[in-house]
Design a protein around this ligand. Structure first.
Ligand SMILES: *Cc1c(COP(=O)(O)O)cnc(C)c1O
Length: 399
């Protein structure tokens, strides 16, 4: 049977304590016990259904975690205060001093900076590779490698990882395949393709209203228990805990994710095709010209499309800035980082979200000055949006 992530979310039933159609929010940081023995057992993680302290777990956080686990098809999940608050504990849990990570070189700037500048202080080394070349990935694996790390669709270059192929390598060399699926929720289900751990920044499409940061780690019960262990769990001890009020609001937004993703994707596909026809250098996984178009197609849950992210190259940073300012002025979107908002967002990654990556390395990976990253919004009339964007491009002389 086909994996149906949105159905899995919808089939969950949570009720509030008075029969409310939404679960009650647990507005407490600490919980009382009738017996001291139960308190001890709860601290040790041996009393199911009991809560001790909100950094450990809360009913609201568990509801959201279970819904995200249902979406990704994992046994369970742990929600965190941000996407980075999910990525960093996972890597620190899986690696000890002396260990090695093989990572895609085109990843979120914060993740890149963590692996490049921070983990070496703990003697955890990373080799950055072109993740689309499986032979190079395999050649980079050493005796100390513990983790293969990638994004299903990479930020900002929209390279697509061959998750099945990477999973075969991970199995062969006894590594954990960790996939950041932030750019392609619902469209790609990494666990079904063989990944071991799936991470999201909930800040982006999943929450979708640009009003909070959040993150999640989806994995096996054993791995999530390890992350939450009071003695040596990285999620527990590094303390990047989500607040219950936020967990409850993210859960409510998650329920419309399938509708939003379809709209983001169809708008993204429409604009990408038009821009490409106009002769603008456009990267979108849904375009036949994308080097990994077929690969994405072979992995995707088709009904959600190729996502809402696309890039165009307008030749120079000056032109990119000029175009973005003009589009914002015409109310076609906002000059802002982040993604997944109802409104189109655009930014020049080389000077913003990927500025952690040194210039020469940016060049090597194809991250050019004139690149604009778009997170296409939920516009009801995308044809009008296109016509207006085209006018802006003509006005600044790139069309
Ligand atoms: C934004 C982002 C992150 C970091 O998430 P935060 O919620 O900002 O901490 C990680 N990975 C990707 C692909 C992202 O876009």
């Amino acid at each position: 049977m086909k994996f149906k992530p949105a159905n899995n979310i919808q089939d969950l039933q949570y009720f509030g304590e008075f029969g409310g159609v939404n679960p009650s929010i647990s507005d407490s940081s600490t919980y009382t016990f009738l017996s001291a023995k139960t308190m001890f057992d709860t601290f040790e993680g041996n009393a199911d259904g009991c809560y001790l302290y909100s950094r450990h777990s809360t009913p609201s956080n568990l509801y959201l975690g279970e819904a995200l686990a249902a979406m990704e098809g994992t046994e369970t999940a742990n929600v965190t205060a941000s996407g980075m608050g999910a990525i960093t504990p996972v890597l620190l849990q899986l690696c000890d001093a002396g260990d090695h990570i093989v990572s895609s070189r085109t990843i979120y700037g914060g993740t890149y900076a963590f692996l490049k500048n921070f983990t070496p202080k703990l003697n955890i080394q990373t080799t950055f590779v072109d993740i689309t070349k499986l032979d190079i990935v395999e050649a980079s694996i050493t005796q100390n490698t513990k983790v293969l790390y990638c994004e299903s669709v990479s930020n900002p270059l929209l390279e697509v990882a061959d998750i099945k192929g990477l999973a075969v390598l991970a199995k062969k060399h006894n590594l954990k395949l960790v996939v950041d699926n932030t750019f392609s929720p619902l469209s790609i289900s990494p666990i079904k393709l063989g990944a071991d751990v799936v991470i999201h920044s909930l800040t982006k499409f999943i929450n979708g209203s640009s009003d909070t940061v959040g993150g999640v780690v989806c994995g096996t019960q054993t791995f999530i228990d390890e992350l939450r262990n009071v003695n040596d769990g990285a999620c527990m001890l590094l303390g990047s805990t989500m607040d219950s009020l936020r967990a409850s609001s993210v859960l409510k937004n998650l329920r419309t994710l399938h509708i939003r993703m379809k709209q983001h994707s169809s708008n993204g596909a429409f604009l990408a095709e038009k821009f490409e026809q106009d002769g603008i250098k456009t990267v979108y996984p849904g375009l036949a010209s994308h080097p990994s178009h077929k690969l994405f197609k072979s992995m995707m849950n088709e009904e959600y499309g190729f996502g809402g992210m696309l890039t165009i190259d307008v030749g120079s940073l000056e032109k990119a800035n000029e175009l973005m300012e003009l589009m914002q002025h015409k109310n076609l979107g906002y000059l802002a980082v982040s993604l997944g908002f109802y409104k189109t967002l655009f930014s020049a990654p080389g000077s913003s979200t990927s500025s952690e990556i040194p210039e020469d390395e940016q060049k090597e990976m194809g991250l050019t000055d004139g690149l604009i990253r778009f997170s296409i919004g939920l516009d009801n009339d995308i044809e009008r949006t296109y016509e207006e964007m085209k006018k802006c491009m003509i006005q600044i002389g790139i069309l």
